[in-house]
Design a protein around this ligand. Structure first.
Ligand code: PHE
Length: 345
Protein backbone atom coordinates (compact mmCIF):
# COMPACT_ATOMS: atom_id res chain seq x y z
CA UNK A 1 0.00 0.00 0.00
CA UNK A 2 2.81 2.34 0.80
CA UNK A 3 4.18 2.12 -2.74
CA UNK A 4 0.90 3.01 -4.27
CA UNK A 5 0.46 5.85 -1.80
CA UNK A 6 3.84 7.22 -2.84
CA UNK A 7 2.89 6.88 -6.51
CA UNK A 8 -0.36 8.74 -6.01
CA UNK A 9 1.24 11.58 -4.10
CA UNK A 10 3.92 11.83 -6.77
CA UNK A 11 1.31 11.93 -9.53
CA UNK A 12 -0.43 14.79 -7.74
CA UNK A 13 2.80 16.66 -7.20
CA UNK A 14 3.74 16.22 -10.85
CA UNK A 15 0.54 17.71 -12.28
CA UNK A 16 1.61 20.83 -14.15
CA UNK A 17 -1.77 22.47 -14.60
CA UNK A 18 -5.39 22.22 -13.55
CA UNK A 19 -6.36 20.01 -16.46
CA UNK A 20 -3.79 17.34 -15.70
CA UNK A 21 -4.60 17.51 -12.00
CA UNK A 22 -8.20 16.89 -12.91
CA UNK A 23 -7.14 13.77 -14.80
CA UNK A 24 -5.26 12.48 -11.78
CA UNK A 25 -8.27 13.21 -9.60
CA UNK A 26 -10.62 11.15 -11.70
CA UNK A 27 -8.13 8.30 -11.88
CA UNK A 28 -7.95 8.21 -8.07
CA UNK A 29 -11.45 9.19 -7.01
CA UNK A 30 -13.67 8.73 -10.04
CA UNK A 31 -15.82 5.71 -10.70
CA UNK A 32 -13.47 2.76 -10.16
CA UNK A 33 -10.97 5.25 -8.74
CA UNK A 34 -7.85 3.60 -7.38
CA UNK A 35 -8.07 5.13 -3.92
CA UNK A 36 -11.70 4.18 -3.55
CA UNK A 37 -10.93 0.64 -4.72
CA UNK A 38 -8.33 0.39 -1.99
CA UNK A 39 -10.87 1.36 0.65
CA UNK A 40 -13.41 -1.04 -0.76
CA UNK A 41 -10.90 -3.90 -0.88
CA UNK A 42 -10.73 -3.86 2.92
CA UNK A 43 -14.09 -5.62 3.03
CA UNK A 44 -12.63 -8.64 1.24
CA UNK A 45 -9.92 -9.23 3.88
CA UNK A 46 -10.24 -11.82 6.66
CA UNK A 47 -12.22 -10.42 9.52
CA UNK A 48 -9.31 -10.02 11.96
CA UNK A 49 -7.31 -7.94 9.52
CA UNK A 50 -10.08 -5.55 8.65
CA UNK A 51 -9.89 -3.01 11.51
CA UNK A 52 -6.22 -2.27 11.06
CA UNK A 53 -6.38 -2.33 7.27
CA UNK A 54 -9.50 -0.12 7.30
CA UNK A 55 -7.81 2.45 9.46
CA UNK A 56 -4.71 2.53 7.27
CA UNK A 57 -6.77 2.77 4.09
CA UNK A 58 -8.78 5.68 5.47
CA UNK A 59 -5.69 7.51 6.60
CA UNK A 60 -4.17 7.01 3.18
CA UNK A 61 -7.33 8.25 1.49
CA UNK A 62 -7.37 11.37 3.67
CA UNK A 63 -3.76 12.10 2.96
CA UNK A 64 -4.26 11.83 -0.79
CA UNK A 65 -7.36 14.01 -0.61
CA UNK A 66 -5.51 16.70 1.28
CA UNK A 67 -2.61 16.63 -1.15
CA UNK A 68 -5.07 16.97 -4.00
CA UNK A 69 -6.84 19.95 -2.44
CA UNK A 70 -3.56 21.69 -1.66
CA UNK A 71 -2.33 21.16 -5.20
CA UNK A 72 -5.59 22.52 -6.61
CA UNK A 73 -5.14 25.71 -4.60
CA UNK A 74 -1.56 26.05 -5.68
CA UNK A 75 -2.38 25.65 -9.36
CA UNK A 76 -5.24 28.12 -9.14
CA UNK A 77 -2.97 30.70 -7.54
CA UNK A 78 -0.41 30.09 -10.24
CA UNK A 79 -2.96 30.55 -12.99
CA UNK A 80 -4.18 33.79 -11.40
CA UNK A 81 -0.66 35.15 -11.06
CA UNK A 82 0.05 34.30 -14.65
CA UNK A 83 -3.06 36.13 -15.78
CA UNK A 84 -2.20 39.17 -13.66
CA UNK A 85 1.25 39.37 -15.20
CA UNK A 86 0.01 38.90 -18.72
CA UNK A 87 1.05 42.21 -20.40
CA UNK A 88 -2.26 42.45 -22.25
CA UNK A 89 -4.21 42.47 -18.97
CA UNK A 90 -4.69 45.87 -17.32
CA UNK A 91 -6.17 45.50 -13.84
CA UNK A 92 -6.67 49.28 -13.56
CA UNK A 93 -9.00 49.43 -16.54
CA UNK A 94 -12.59 50.07 -15.38
CA UNK A 95 -14.92 47.11 -15.85
CA UNK A 96 -18.11 47.26 -17.87
CA UNK A 97 -20.55 49.53 -16.07
CA UNK A 98 -23.98 48.20 -15.20
CA UNK A 99 -26.53 50.08 -17.26
CA UNK A 100 -28.55 52.44 -15.14
CA UNK A 101 -32.28 52.68 -15.71
CA UNK A 102 -34.04 56.00 -16.04
CA UNK A 103 -37.44 57.40 -15.17
CA UNK A 104 -40.41 57.00 -17.43
CA UNK A 105 -41.42 60.34 -19.02
CA UNK A 106 -44.80 60.17 -17.29
CA UNK A 107 -43.03 59.80 -13.95
CA UNK A 108 -40.72 62.73 -14.77
CA UNK A 109 -43.62 65.06 -15.47
CA UNK A 110 -45.66 63.70 -12.57
CA UNK A 111 -42.75 64.39 -10.18
CA UNK A 112 -42.40 67.93 -11.50
CA UNK A 113 -46.11 68.55 -11.03
CA UNK A 114 -46.02 67.17 -7.50
CA UNK A 115 -43.07 69.45 -6.67
CA UNK A 116 -44.81 72.44 -8.16
CA UNK A 117 -48.16 71.90 -6.45
CA UNK A 118 -46.73 71.00 -3.07
CA UNK A 119 -44.67 74.22 -3.28
CA UNK A 120 -47.98 76.04 -3.71
CA UNK A 121 -49.37 74.44 -0.55
CA UNK A 122 -51.23 71.50 -2.10
CA UNK A 123 -51.16 68.18 -0.32
CA UNK A 124 -50.55 64.95 -2.24
CA UNK A 125 -53.36 62.40 -1.82
CA UNK A 126 -53.73 58.85 -3.01
CA UNK A 127 -56.80 56.73 -3.66
CA UNK A 128 -57.67 53.16 -4.65
CA UNK A 129 -57.62 52.02 -8.28
CA UNK A 130 -60.43 49.58 -7.48
CA UNK A 131 -63.20 51.99 -6.59
CA UNK A 132 -66.84 51.77 -5.55
CA UNK A 133 -69.68 52.88 -7.78
CA UNK A 134 -70.55 55.40 -5.08
CA UNK A 135 -67.25 57.30 -5.08
CA UNK A 136 -66.65 57.00 -8.83
CA UNK A 137 -70.15 58.16 -9.85
CA UNK A 138 -72.87 58.83 -7.23
CA UNK A 139 -70.84 61.05 -4.91
CA UNK A 140 -69.81 63.08 -7.96
CA UNK A 141 -73.38 63.96 -8.88
CA UNK A 142 -73.30 61.63 -11.89
CA UNK A 143 -76.87 60.41 -12.45
CA UNK A 144 -77.72 56.70 -12.48
CA UNK A 145 -78.50 56.69 -16.18
CA UNK A 146 -75.39 58.57 -17.29
CA UNK A 147 -73.75 56.88 -20.30
CA UNK A 148 -70.29 56.97 -18.65
CA UNK A 149 -71.52 54.25 -16.27
CA UNK A 150 -72.11 51.78 -19.05
CA UNK A 151 -69.83 48.85 -19.58
CA UNK A 152 -68.72 50.17 -22.96
CA UNK A 153 -66.85 52.81 -20.99
CA UNK A 154 -66.24 51.34 -17.56
CA UNK A 155 -64.47 48.15 -16.48
CA UNK A 156 -66.91 46.74 -13.94
CA UNK A 157 -65.81 44.24 -11.30
CA UNK A 158 -68.02 42.18 -9.00
CA UNK A 159 -70.23 43.74 -6.30
CA UNK A 160 -70.68 47.07 -8.11
CA UNK A 161 -67.01 47.83 -7.81
CA UNK A 162 -65.04 49.04 -10.79
CA UNK A 163 -61.64 50.20 -12.01
CA UNK A 164 -61.80 53.94 -11.43
CA UNK A 165 -62.43 55.84 -14.63
CA UNK A 166 -60.88 59.06 -13.29
CA UNK A 167 -59.11 60.41 -10.20
CA UNK A 168 -62.14 62.53 -9.22
CA UNK A 169 -63.46 59.98 -6.67
CA UNK A 170 -60.58 61.03 -4.42
CA UNK A 171 -62.18 64.50 -4.19
CA UNK A 172 -65.07 63.24 -2.06
CA UNK A 173 -62.96 60.60 -0.30
CA UNK A 174 -60.61 63.33 0.89
CA UNK A 175 -63.31 65.86 1.82
CA UNK A 176 -65.12 63.22 3.88
CA UNK A 177 -61.98 62.21 5.74
CA UNK A 178 -61.07 65.87 6.26
CA UNK A 179 -64.45 66.90 7.68
CA UNK A 180 -64.83 63.71 9.75
CA UNK A 181 -61.60 64.62 11.48
CA UNK A 182 -63.06 68.03 12.29
CA UNK A 183 -61.03 70.13 9.83
CA UNK A 184 -62.41 73.13 7.97
CA UNK A 185 -61.15 74.54 4.63
CA UNK A 186 -58.84 75.69 3.12
CA UNK A 187 -58.29 72.31 1.53
CA UNK A 188 -55.87 72.00 -1.39
CA UNK A 189 -55.00 68.59 -2.80
CA UNK A 190 -53.56 66.93 -5.86
CA UNK A 191 -54.14 63.29 -6.73
CA UNK A 192 -51.87 61.74 -9.32
CA UNK A 193 -52.92 58.24 -10.32
CA UNK A 194 -53.77 55.57 -12.81
CA UNK A 195 -57.23 55.32 -14.35
CA UNK A 196 -58.93 52.85 -16.65
CA UNK A 197 -61.55 53.03 -19.38
CA UNK A 198 -62.86 50.48 -21.83
CA UNK A 199 -61.35 52.34 -24.77
CA UNK A 200 -60.25 50.99 -28.09
CA UNK A 201 -56.55 51.80 -28.16
CA UNK A 202 -55.34 54.10 -30.91
CA UNK A 203 -52.90 57.01 -31.37
CA UNK A 204 -54.68 59.17 -28.81
CA UNK A 205 -56.56 56.69 -26.57
CA UNK A 206 -55.39 54.18 -23.98
CA UNK A 207 -57.42 51.91 -21.72
CA UNK A 208 -54.91 52.63 -18.93
CA UNK A 209 -53.86 56.22 -18.42
CA UNK A 210 -52.66 58.69 -15.83
CA UNK A 211 -54.46 61.70 -14.49
CA UNK A 212 -53.69 64.32 -11.95
CA UNK A 213 -56.69 65.63 -10.11
CA UNK A 214 -56.62 68.95 -8.30
CA UNK A 215 -59.12 70.27 -5.77
CA UNK A 216 -59.18 73.58 -3.91
CA UNK A 217 -61.94 74.46 -1.45
CA UNK A 218 -62.05 77.64 0.61
CA UNK A 219 -64.15 80.73 1.28
CA UNK A 220 -64.49 82.83 -1.86
CA UNK A 221 -62.60 80.62 -4.34
CA UNK A 222 -63.39 81.83 -7.85
CA UNK A 223 -62.80 81.03 -11.51
CA UNK A 224 -59.99 83.60 -11.45
CA UNK A 225 -58.11 81.42 -8.94
CA UNK A 226 -58.66 78.42 -11.18
CA UNK A 227 -57.29 80.19 -14.25
CA UNK A 228 -54.26 81.53 -12.42
CA UNK A 229 -53.39 78.11 -10.98
CA UNK A 230 -53.77 76.40 -14.35
CA UNK A 231 -51.65 79.00 -16.14
CA UNK A 232 -48.87 78.64 -13.58
CA UNK A 233 -48.95 74.89 -13.87
CA UNK A 234 -48.88 74.85 -17.68
CA UNK A 235 -46.09 77.42 -17.84
CA UNK A 236 -43.89 75.25 -15.62
CA UNK A 237 -44.68 71.97 -17.34
CA UNK A 238 -44.50 73.18 -20.93
CA UNK A 239 -41.48 75.34 -20.08
CA UNK A 240 -42.79 78.40 -21.91
CA UNK A 241 -45.21 81.31 -21.51
CA UNK A 242 -48.72 80.14 -22.27
CA UNK A 243 -52.04 81.69 -23.18
CA UNK A 244 -55.17 79.87 -22.13
CA UNK A 245 -58.84 80.13 -22.98
CA UNK A 246 -61.93 78.59 -21.44
CA UNK A 247 -64.79 76.99 -23.29
CA UNK A 248 -67.86 75.59 -21.62
CA UNK A 249 -67.55 71.86 -20.88
CA UNK A 250 -70.02 69.58 -19.18
CA UNK A 251 -69.13 67.40 -16.19
CA UNK A 252 -71.85 66.68 -13.62
CA UNK A 253 -69.50 67.37 -10.69
CA UNK A 254 -68.66 70.95 -11.66
CA UNK A 255 -70.84 73.98 -12.33
CA UNK A 256 -69.84 75.82 -14.38
CA UNK A 257 -67.58 73.34 -16.14
CA UNK A 258 -64.86 74.23 -18.63
CA UNK A 259 -62.52 72.85 -21.21
CA UNK A 260 -59.28 74.75 -20.82
CA UNK A 261 -57.25 75.20 -24.01
CA UNK A 262 -53.65 76.32 -24.29
CA UNK A 263 -52.23 78.13 -27.30
CA UNK A 264 -50.48 75.56 -29.46
CA UNK A 265 -46.84 75.19 -28.33
CA UNK A 266 -45.82 73.84 -31.74
CA UNK A 267 -46.90 76.83 -33.86
CA UNK A 268 -47.34 79.52 -31.17
CA UNK A 269 -51.00 79.73 -32.13
CA UNK A 270 -50.48 80.29 -35.84
CA UNK A 271 -52.11 77.02 -36.81
CA UNK A 272 -50.45 73.67 -37.60
CA UNK A 273 -51.28 69.99 -37.99
CA UNK A 274 -51.03 69.29 -34.24
CA UNK A 275 -53.68 71.88 -33.34
CA UNK A 276 -55.60 71.15 -36.55
CA UNK A 277 -55.03 74.74 -37.72
CA UNK A 278 -57.01 76.14 -34.79
CA UNK A 279 -54.03 77.51 -32.85
CA UNK A 280 -55.40 75.97 -29.62
CA UNK A 281 -55.03 72.61 -27.91
CA UNK A 282 -57.59 71.23 -25.52
CA UNK A 283 -55.63 70.34 -22.45
CA UNK A 284 -57.63 70.10 -19.29
CA UNK A 285 -61.19 69.78 -18.13
CA UNK A 286 -61.99 71.77 -15.00
CA UNK A 287 -64.65 73.80 -13.26
CA UNK A 288 -66.15 75.08 -10.05
CA UNK A 289 -67.05 72.25 -7.66
CA UNK A 290 -70.77 71.44 -7.79
CA UNK A 291 -72.66 72.20 -4.54
CA UNK A 292 -73.85 68.57 -4.37
CA UNK A 293 -70.26 67.35 -4.38
CA UNK A 294 -69.33 69.70 -1.52
CA UNK A 295 -72.35 68.38 0.40
CA UNK A 296 -71.24 64.78 -0.21
CA UNK A 297 -67.90 65.78 1.25
CA UNK A 298 -69.57 67.20 4.37
CA UNK A 299 -69.04 70.87 3.47
CA UNK A 300 -71.64 73.64 3.30
CA UNK A 301 -71.82 75.12 -0.23
CA UNK A 302 -73.24 78.35 1.24
CA UNK A 303 -70.00 78.82 3.11
CA UNK A 304 -67.39 77.40 0.74
CA UNK A 305 -66.67 77.26 -2.97
CA UNK A 306 -63.99 75.39 -4.82
CA UNK A 307 -62.45 74.51 -8.15
CA UNK A 308 -61.29 71.16 -9.52
CA UNK A 309 -59.35 70.02 -12.54
CA UNK A 310 -58.41 66.68 -14.07
CA UNK A 311 -55.25 66.72 -16.11
CA UNK A 312 -54.50 63.86 -18.49
CA UNK A 313 -50.81 63.27 -17.84
CA UNK A 314 -50.01 61.49 -21.10
CA UNK A 315 -51.49 64.40 -22.99
CA UNK A 316 -49.27 66.89 -21.18
CA UNK A 317 -46.20 64.70 -21.65
CA UNK A 318 -46.96 64.38 -25.36
CA UNK A 319 -47.16 68.18 -25.70
CA UNK A 320 -44.05 68.73 -23.65
CA UNK A 321 -41.85 66.34 -25.65
CA UNK A 322 -43.63 66.41 -29.01
CA UNK A 323 -44.70 62.73 -28.86
CA UNK A 324 -47.42 61.92 -31.35
CA UNK A 325 -48.58 58.42 -30.37
CA UNK A 326 -49.87 57.59 -26.89
CA UNK A 327 -49.11 53.88 -27.38
CA UNK A 328 -45.36 54.50 -27.13
CA UNK A 329 -45.74 55.05 -23.36
CA UNK A 330 -46.76 51.48 -22.63
CA UNK A 331 -44.89 49.83 -25.49
CA UNK A 332 -41.78 49.08 -23.40
CA UNK A 333 -39.53 50.02 -26.33
CA UNK A 334 -36.11 50.87 -24.91
CA UNK A 335 -35.26 53.08 -27.88
CA UNK A 336 -38.11 55.30 -26.73
CA UNK A 337 -37.44 55.07 -23.00
CA UNK A 338 -33.71 55.84 -23.28
CA UNK A 339 -34.50 59.25 -24.71
CA UNK A 340 -35.43 60.37 -21.19
CA UNK A 341 -32.20 59.93 -19.27
CA UNK A 342 -33.37 61.41 -15.97
CA UNK A 343 -32.63 59.06 -13.09
CA UNK A 344 -34.44 58.60 -9.80
CA UNK A 345 -33.74 61.13 -7.08
N1 PHE B 1 -62.80 63.63 -14.09
C1 PHE B 1 -62.99 64.27 -15.36
C2 PHE B 1 -62.60 63.26 -16.45
O1 PHE B 1 -61.88 62.36 -16.22
C3 PHE B 1 -62.13 65.48 -15.51
C4 PHE B 1 -62.49 66.60 -14.59
C5 PHE B 1 -61.92 66.70 -13.32
C6 PHE B 1 -63.38 67.57 -14.99
C7 PHE B 1 -62.24 67.75 -12.50
C8 PHE B 1 -63.72 68.62 -14.17
C9 PHE B 1 -63.12 68.69 -12.93
O2 PHE B 1 -63.02 63.37 -17.58
Amino acid sequence: MNDRRRQWLDAIAAAADEASLHEVESRLFGKKGEVLELVRAVATLPKEERPAAGKAANLCKQEVEQALAAKKDELQQQALQKELHDPSFDPTEPGPRPRRGSLHPITIVQNELIDLFTSMGFCWQDGPEVESEYFNFDALNIPGDHPARESQDTFWLNDRNLLRTHTSPVQVRTMQRFTRQGFQPPLKIIVPGRCFRAETVDKTHEHTFYQMEGLVVDEGVSTANLIHTMKTCLRVILQREVKVRLRPGFFPFVEPGFELDVNCPFCQGKGCSVCKQSGWIEILPCGMVHPNVLRQGGLDPEEYTGFAFGMGLQRVVMLRYGIDDIRTFMGGDLRFLRQFPEIAR
